[in-house]
Ligand binder design. Structure first.
Ligand SMILES: *Cc1c(COP(=O)(O)O)cnc(C)c1O
Length: 398
């Protein structure tokens, strides 16, 4: 058997939705994108959402909207994908990498608290594997340290403390304390990239939780301007007869979502409850199969939170990096694609060059060394999963 890691779950519904959009005469940002935005807000319980070309764009535009830039610091996890930190570099601020909590995939709140300085403008935790971070804790830290905070823009002033921005690339559809991912942090950035739970091929969205100080229509407009050249009228509005004229209000960026992508997203959204249910089933099957192995599993469903089951990470108790790699190689020989989430950023050339030293992140390093992520996708059959289970058990014994 050949088991891919995370192929997209595309059905006739998505194919028909795309055909419909292609035939409609409007293929870039338009009515489908607007509807997708409204559906995202409805599911997250947030005032507005903005669809963009990626989670990376969503995080970068959020930093730009807050006017975070040179001289500022943004705290994020050493244990994440590069996008969480690269966006901080893009705006000219300094990423302050912080270790994970011992034995946890999430940022260590105590270490975050210690890392806050008078330059800290945002904290950017990462919802690894679909499990939403405890954002109340991070907002609490920002609140307690607001004496250090120096607001340098109207949005920063409205917040009155460091912003808490969720890298929610993994967590669309997850809940903590019954609250959906999207409504937990000040801003949350989702990814609809091809490997994510809900995909538009490439795509992302930013949403924010309701606050008295926010003018939601104005935030929405700011994101629109930033994502589409700073143009006062979007392409659809400009398309009306006679409505040719526009102004450029700022030299903006270009990272809007197309209606072709949004139509895939709308179809995926319709199927999302069954996608989530299947992922849960598969995770519970893995959990049962591995209950007696010498491995550490990540709980996806607890009283505190319900994960969307994005990834299935396993820690190989007592194994070192070489032994972990042998397990991945053994799986590969059997046609099973496994991954590691993540190689900590300080081990990557770009971040080493920025001066980060892996030795300062002992928890992330220990996590990385014996972690392996097994294939998990909603279209996975029981037979495919049984094969992975069988091969994994053999690889562990090997
Ligand atoms: C996928 C991913 C991103 C980037 O998402 P894009 O939509 O591809 O920009 C960011 N952070 C994490 C943790 C991811 O896994």
């Amino acid at each position: 058997m050949n088991i891919p890691f995370s192929p997209p779950d595309i059905t006739q519904l998505e194919i028909d939705a795309v055909s419909d959009t292609l035939r409609s005469g409007w293929i870039t940002t338009g009515p489908k994108t607007k509807r997708f935005e409204q559906e995202i807000s409805a599911r997250c319980g947030t005032p507005r959402s903005v669809c963009l070309s990626s989670a990376t764009a969503a995080m970068e535009l959020t930093l730009r909207l807050l006017e975070i830039g040179p001289g500022d610091e943004v705290i994020t996890s050493a244990y994440t994908y590069t996008a969480s930190a690269s966006v901080i570099c893009h705006v000219g601020a300094r990423p302050v990498l912080v270790d994970t909590a011992p034995g946890s995939y999430h940022l260590d709140p105590d270490a975050v608290s210690r890392a806050v300085t008078s330059r800290t403008k945002a904290i950017l935790p990462v919802d690894i594997a679909g499990i939403p971070c405890d954002y109340e804790q991070f907002i609490g830290i920002a609140q307690r340290r607001k004496g250090l905070f120096k607001a340098a823009s109207p949005q920063q002033k409205a917040l009155g403390r460091a912003a808490v921005i969720a890298d929610a690339a993994h967590s669309f559809g997850s809940l903590r304390g019954g609250v959906p991912s999207g409504a937990l942090a000040d801003f949350s950035c989702f990814s609809f990239h091809a490997v994510k739970n809900l995909t538009t091929g490439e795509g992302g969205a930013v949403t924010w939780r309701a606050r008295e100080e926010w003018d939601d229509a104005e935030l929405y407009r700011q994101f629109q301007l930033l994502s589409l050249h700073g143009q006062s009228r979007d392409a659809l509005a400009k398309n009306a007869p006679g409505a040719w004229e526009y102004d450029i209000l700022l030299p903006g960026y270009k990272c809007n979502m197309t209606d072709v992508a949004a139509s895939i997203g709308l179809a995926q959204l319709e199927r999302y409850p069954s996608i989530l249910a299947r992922r849960r089933q598969l995770i519970e099957r893995y959990d049962r199969a591995f209950a007696n192995l010498d491995v550490e599993l990540l709980p996806h469903f607890t009283d505190a939170y319900t994960s969307n089951g994005h990834l299935y990470p396993v820690r190989l108790t007592g194994r070192d990096e070489a032994a972990r790699n042998r397990v991945i190689e053994s799986l590969a020989r059997d046609g099973v694609a496994a991954n590691v989430h993540y190689k900590p950023l300080p081990l990557l050339t770009a971040y080493r060059k920025l001066g980060y030293d892996a030795a300062s992140f002992p928890n992330a390093l220990a996590l990385y060394k014996n972690e392996v992520t097994l294939p998990l996708f909603s279209a996975m059959t029981d037979d495919q999963q049984d094969y992975v289970i069988d091969r994994f058990c053999i690889a562990l014994r090997g």
